[in-house]
Design a protein around this ligand. Structure first.
Ligand SMILES: [Ca+2]
Length: 215
């Protein structure tokens, strides 16, 4: 029987290994064109490997631009979402991130600069989809970030992949159903990161502990 301190050291090593694994895994940004540097956005109905723009009737589809020398947050471009005095409508974009499994924790985050006259119309969400059946399983509620006018502000949405879903459709939209009709949002430096489900993390730690005890 090994000493208690040895076991404790082993457990600490396991925890460290599990945390390191999670940190390394979570660092990979799964989005394509996350900083909106490559354009224009193509409206072909697909969000696989690209940003798919969408909008209500009469609304200009989102574009990529560099409207202000202070912006974008990084690089030479950012997403440009505008509702130009159009009430009861919407504009946005989405991208599909596939290859996920139930229980994984997904974080969808980025930065927004509110450059319009009206605030409070953002809708940030994840629509969980089954890519085989091409159906939506469920969706998160809408995150409505509190933005500071004229300043890039970070936002973050975290949720677990539900059973039956393998794809996260990450959506950023603005709408004038519940907010004013003059909205301009510049969005930049977005990311989607994934950490293993807690069960896998626990198994990883137990496996490492068993190996140490066996020595
Ligand atoms: Ca950028």
């Amino acid at each position: 029987m090994r000493s208690l301190s040895f076991v404790k050291a082993g457990m600490a090593a396991c925890l460290f290994a599990a945390m390191s694994f999670a940190a390394a895994d979570a660092s990979a940004n799964l989005l394509v064109n996350p900083g909106f540097e490559v354009g224009p956005l193509v409206d072909d109905g697909s969000g696989v490997g690209k940003w798919q723009p969408f909008g209500g009737a009469g609304v200009a589809l989102p574009t990529l631009s560099a409207q202000d020398t202070v912006m974008p947050l990084s690089g030479t471009g950012h997403l440009n979402l505008q509702l130009d005095n159009i009430g009861a409508s919407f504009a946005g974009t989405y991208q599909d991130v596939g290859g996920l499994s139930a229980g994984q924790i997904v974080t969808w985050e980025g930065w927004t600069k509110d450059a319009g006259q009206d605030a409070g119309g953002a809708e940030i969400r994840i629509e969980w989809r089954d890519s085989v059946g091409n159906t939506e399983i469920s969706r998160t509620g809408n995150l409505v970030p509190t933005l500071t006018a004229g300043v890039y502000t970070p936002w973050s949405l975290v949720d677990a992949v539900p059973a039956g879903a393998d794809t996260a459709r990450v959506v950023y939209a603005i709408q004038s159903f519940g907010a004013g009709p003059n909205q301009i949002h510049y969005v930049d430096d977005t990311s989607v990161t994934v950490v293993p489900e807690p069960a896998s993390m626990a198994l990883l730690g137990l496996g490492a502990l068993a190996m140490i005890r066996r020595r």
